[in-house]
Design a protein around this ligand. Structure first.
Ligand code: SAH
Ligand code: SF4
Length: 342
């Protein structure tokens, strides 16, 4: 049984810890958002109360097993869950010094995308809200206040949407971390019912879709999710999301040498994007050992970008970060694969 309180709202903390006044639950909730990791850190609680709470519950349920730092400033944490499984979480700092937590929502991933390290692990289990919140808090304790959170680590967020909603409610609470919805992005491999669910029931956060290619046959091979979620229906769902929320979606494409970068591939992306309000984020493929892909050359990437721009499509190239520590897109889970655990 998970016995921690990072996944609870103030009232739930009051109930779970059988506190005599609801303001105590709010105090504890606030302490957690400010970085307290133990009840002893919560100095405005009486000593007797702290002793009782320590016996009843722990604050966190996860611990940092390993911290890796890339020369470019990227930090990757390997985090051990209460049942001995592991997830990874990454801190990215951009050129302006803005800090983004890239968090995992599942141990492993069952989507089986052909180009992704996490996909090699297979599905372990869904994370609970507290286990996602703790990734953010662990990073914030290491690196100071963070600006953004992206659900782009291990796993498919649309298959664990309830825990993600709870995470957003906790981190967004005015009594706690007060993180604005504009600073939250979810990336999906393209699960259509999830996109409609998020559009209709909220929260209205930024949405990224890992398109990779707009060629149906190729996408079926690279991303088996395409079989149950065909491209034209996916396109309609993206359009609906923007119409409903007013938020422009990002289409991500991991670029692999001679796979999805030629002129035909560019024209298919242009046709897919025509008539919907989207922006492309191109990610040169990050190497994963034992997978049969190659990084695209610089010319290959530039040529594709130019063709997209000529076609009226806005695209940015994602800077490579965290590669020396296996912390870049699609590389998470390497150490687990070596240990044989997820
Ligand atoms: N599971 C979610 C979010 C995590 S993956 C999803 O698939 O959207 C984050 C991004 O990294 C996705 O756009 C994915 O297509 C991309 N990616 C996966 N493996 C990669 C690799 N080896 N190199 C570069 N990008 C990769
Ligand atoms: Fe899972 Fe995303 Fe990797 Fe696909 S790219 S296997 S959905 S983590």
């Amino acid at each position: 049984m998970l016995s921690s309180i990072t996944g609870l709202l103030p009232q739930e903390i009051t109930e779970k810890l059988e506190l005599d006044a609801s303001f105590r639950g709010r105090q504890i909730f606030k302490w957690i958002a400010q970085g307290a990791e133990t009840f002893d850190d919560m100095t405005n609680l009486s000593k007797d109360l702290r002793i009782r709470l320590k016996e009843a519950s722990s604050v966190y349920s996860t611990r940092i097993k390993q911290t890796l730092t890339d020369p470019d400033g990227t930090i990757k944490l390997q985090i051990e869950l209460h049942d001995g499984r592991f997830v990874e979480t990454v801190l990215l700092t951009d050129a302006d010094g803005r800090k983004t937590a890239c968090v995992s929502c599942q141990a492993g991933c069952g989507m089986n995308c052909a180009f992704c390290q996490t996909g090699r692990l297979g599905f372990g289990r869904n994370l609970e809200a507290g286990e996602i919140v703790e990734q953010f808090l662990h990073l914030e304790r290491k690196a100071g206040k963070l600006d953004n959170i992206v659900f782009m680590g291990m796993g498919e967020p649309m298959l664990n949407l309830d825990a993600i909603r709870k995470t957003i409610e906790i981190l967004g609470s005015e009594n706690g971390r007060n993180l604005s919805k504009r600073r939250i992005t979810l990336s999906t491999s393209g699960i259509i019912p999830g996109i409609y669910d998020l559009a209709d029931n909220g929260p209205a956060i930024r949405l990224a879709v890992s398109l990779t290619t707009a060629n149906e046959e190729l996408r079926k091979q690279l991303m088996p999710v395409t079989k149950a979620n065909p491209l034209q229906d996916l396109r309609k769902a993206i359009k609906y999301y923007t119409e409903k929320t007013g938020i422009r979606c990002t289409l991500e494409a991991a670029l692999m040498h001679n796979v999805n970068t030629n002129d035909q591939a560019a024209d298919e992306l242009i046709a897919f994007a025509r008539g919907i309000d989207v922006h492309f984020n191109l990610i040169p493929w990050n190497p994963v050992e034992s997978l049969p892909f190659k990084e695209p050359s610089r010319q290959e990437v530039n040529h594709l970008m130019e063709r997209l721009e000529k076609g009226g499509i806005s695209a940015t190239l994602r800077t490579r970060r965290g590669r020396s520590i296996g912390g870049a897109c699609g590389q998470l889970g390497k150490s687990q694969a070596e240990d044989g655990k997820n």
